[in-house]
Design a protein around this ligand. Structure first.
Ligand code: GAR
Length: 196
């Protein structure tokens, strides 16, 4: 069985979309894959409630209780790896996980570490993507699913969704419209990877 471990920091709506798609599309029989666990670096992440309601294993690893980024990432890797009988999970899915990961963490999961970012990468990596796109006068914004490499918000792009900017849009209205697209492309990109 391929194990998918999803990492969140907040609302977890992308995680919820992935969990629902996995059930709806029967990833277990189709790909031999299951959502093994949801791990958050914040105890109050709202997404944890959804995950628990769905009967998924959840774990909180508060980054503030670790002295260094390296120590947190080492503990995170340990937490992730316990969900695979063979030692390592098939996929580690960052879904609104707002932490910069160390190079050694990234290389440990090379090729099976995915992220979603609310911009059309390589434009607007980092934070406040929608406001920065509005300030730049962009006519289109969007979201990207990509493999994670050591550089923040970079790595091979697996899927993108394009969303037009409408008159009167604010960062919040754009974020909401982009998020609905994220919920479509992230599960699709994961399913495509599991199929390949
Ligand atoms: C999503 O918009 C995701 O693209 C973004 O955080 C939001 C999380 O929402 N991720 C990043 O900005 C990563 N750099 P969610 O918790 O409801 O899935």
């Amino acid at each position: 069985m391929k194990n998918i471990v999803i990492l969140i920091s907040g609302g977890g709506s992308n995680m919820a979309a992935i969990v629902k798609a996995a059930k709806r599309e029967d990833w277990q029989h189709k790909f031999g894959a299951r959502i093994a666990a949801v791990i958050s670096n914040k105890a109050d992440a709202k997404g944890l409630v959804f995950a628990q309601q769905k009967g998924l294993a959840t774990e909180v690893l508060d980054h503030k209780s670790f002295a260094t980024r390296e120590a947190f990432d080492a503990a995170l890797a340990q937490a992730i790896d316990q969900y695979d009988a063979l030692g390592q999970p098939a996929l580690v899915v960052l879904a609104g996980f707002m932490r910069i990961l160390t190079p050694s963490f990234v290389s440990r999961y090379a090729g099976r570490l995915l992220n979603i970012h609310p911009s059309l990468l390589p434009a607007f990596s980092g934070l406040h993507t929608h406001q920065r796109a509005l300030d730049a006068g962009c006519k289109f914004v969007g979201a990207s699913v990509h493999q994670v490499t050591a550089e923040l918000d970079y790595g091979p792009i697996l899927a993108q969704a394009v969303v037009p900017v409408l008159p009167g849009d604010t960062a919040d209205t754009l974020a909401a419209r982009v998020l609905t697209q994220e919920h479509l492309i992230y599960p699709q990109a994961i399913a495509a990877l599991l199929r390949s």
